[in-house]
Every structure is written in C-alpha cells, then in structure tokens.
Design a protein around this ligand. Structure first.
Ligand SMILES: Nc1ncnc2c1ncn2[C@@H]1O[C@H](COP(=O)(O)OP(=O)(O)OP(=O)(O)O)[C@@H](O)[C@H]1O
Ligand SMILES: [Mg+2]
Length: 289
C-alpha cells in the first residue's frame, strides 16, 4: 500500500472517530405520574433556554395527548414518521424548527409504533437518527404522563429521567408511583425531580422531602432535586399566544427559573459512548419491543 493510500485510510478512520465522538448526546426524558403538571411547558422552555446557552437542542414529542408541543409553539407539522419509514422522506425533512433554532420531531409522527418495526425499518430509522444526531447536543423527550408502556419505554431508553410534579397531593403520589414502577420493573435507580407551579419558595423542597421520605423507606433509588418553577400567570398567557413563556415574557418569574434550570442541566455530565449516543437510545427503545 502506498503512502497516499495509507494517509487516506487514516484520515477516513479519524473522520469516522470524530463523527462518532460528535454523536455524543444528552438524552433527557421529561415525564410525570399525573397529567397536566406542566411537562410540555417544561420541555419547550428548557429546550429554548438550553439553545440560548449555545446547545443544539432537539425535542422529541412522544406525547400522544392533545396539548402537543407543536401546538404550544405555534408550529404546523407536515410529513410524519410514516413517510420516513416508507422511505419517502428523510427524518430531517419532517423536523420542525422552533424558536431559538430548536428542532422538533412532532407528535403526529407515529412514534407509538416504534417497538413494532421490521428489522429493515429499525435499521432505516437508526441510520436516519444517526444523520440527524450529528448536529444535536441535547435530546429532550416529552413522554406524556402516567405508567403506560409508551411513557415507560421512553423513560427507560433515556439517560436522564426528569420527573415533573406539582405540589398537589395526587401529583406527588403519582410521581412516586411512576418512580416505583420504573425502579421495580425496569431497575431505574436515579431520577431528577422538578417541582412545577410552586406558590411558595419552600414548596419545592417540601415536595422533594415528601417523596424522598417514602422513597428512602420503600425503594432503593436516588432522587436529585433540580429545583422549582413558580406558578406564574405569564405561563398560561404565553400558552394562549402559542409561545414558550421564555420567548414571550423573558423576564417573567417562570422564565428566569427555566434559565437557571438550563444552566444546571448544561452542567450535567454526558455519559461516554455508547450510552451517550442517539443510536444507543434508539436501540434500547427498539429492544424493549
Ligand atoms: N409554571 C406554571 N405556572 C402556571 N401555569 C402553568 C405552569 N406550568 C404549566 N402551567 C399550565 O398548566 C397547564 C398544563 O401544562 P402542560 O400542558 O405543559 O402540562 P403537561 O404535563 O404537558 O400536560 P399533559 O400531561 O396533558 O401532557 C397549561 O395550561 C399551562 O399553562
Ligand atoms: Mg403535555
């Protein structure tokens, strides 16, 4: 083999390594036991705030409920994942671009069938994600609420599970129930807790203490408290305008907390490959089917 060929081969290998390194991505599932506690708003605002810190953010809307992320951000989805699986479109063609350049994979994308794909479709999707992941630092997933298999699939496949709870007693017990299922059935042992819609400064730590007390007694898990977002009238005002509160009212109390949260999340350690790759995430997702 001549020198030039060797160099070309080496360059090819290095480029491939570099490409692999760049696919390192932080996958965070935002989930909750009870519905309506603010997951979709958390995802939209955290995504935007992370984008402001310079991160390249993608959001996967895996919530099959009604109040979807695209609606919240005033976006109109076009093609769906079905078109991708049929080989008619590439994944980057169905991705919507939201405020701050945040990329959004819309809910109507048939993601519910992800575990029932043929091996060819799985490979196609992996390749498509691989292409897309080159430009992503953080992948946020709005999982929807509860302990249905869809919600659990996405939570288990992600590296970080951020459970959102409000100070309401039912939300607290449902958050605990969700962590219990994820721990007992899927051996998930580490959770992040975000308390939304707090009316007093000490309400967030109070919710954390309540869940922590029971979890310490009955479950072998660790819960990291990541903070609280205030109950803020600017949030529903922004929702009515189909905008994220951070976008519409950057100075609102909730917006400031979302910014603080984003700076914290940006510090979280991203696992080394292969755990820190979109392919791994997708692989775990499919493997559960
Ligand atoms: N910090 C907040 N302050 C005031 N209102 C809020 C706050 N966060 C969310 N809300 C309001 O709560 C409602 C539910 O929010 P959101 O749709 O984000 O919840 P969700 O958990 O995604 O719901 P679902 O489980 O149905 O998907 C919205 O109308 C929103 O305006
Ligand atoms: Mg929602």
């Amino acid at each position: 083999m001549d020198q030039a060929t060797k160099l070309r081969e080496l360059a090819g290998t290095l480029l491939c390594e570099e490409r692999r390194a760049r696919t390192s991505v932080q996958v965070i599932a935002v989930t909750s036991g009870k519905g309506g506690v603010g997951k979709t708003n958390v995802v939209a605002n955290l995504a935007l705030a992370l984008a402001h810190t310079g991160k390249r953010v993608m959001v996967l809307d895996a919530d099959l409920g009604l109040a979807n992320l695209d609606v919240l951000l005033g976006l109109v989805p076009g093609a769906t994942l079905e078109h991708v699986l049929a080989g008619e479109k590439h994944l980057d063609e169905i991705v919507l671009t939201g405020p701050g350049g945040v990329q959004i994979l819309p809910a109507s994308s048939g993601i519910q069938d992800l575990t029932a794909l043929t091996p060819d479709q799985q490979q196609l999707l992996r390749d498509e994600f691989d292409r897309l992941a080159q430009d992503v630092d953080v992948l946020l997933i709005d999982t929807g609420a509860g302990i249905s298999s869809n919600v659990l699939f996405f939570a288990v496949a992600a590296q970080e599970i951020m459970v959102v709870a409000s100070p309401e007693p039912t939300s607290i017990t449902d958050a605990y129930a969700l962590m219990k299922v994820l721990s007992n059935r899927f051996s998930e042992k580490r959770f992040r807790l975000l308390v939304n819609m707090v009316r007093r400064r000490d309400e967030g730590p109070e919710v954390y203490r309540k869940i922590g007390l029971v979890a310490d007694r009955f479950l072998n898990i660790s819960i990291d408290y990541v903070g609280a977002i205030p109950d803020d009238d600017y949030v529903p005002m922004a929702v009515r305008q189909q905008r994220a509160v951070l976008d519409a009212f950057p100075q609102a109390p909730a917006s400031r907390e979302f910014q603080r949260l984003a700076h914290q999340v940006a510090q979280w350690r991203v696992p080394e490959s292969p755990k820190g790759s979109v392919q791994f995430f997708l692989q775990s997702l499919i493997a559960q089917g």
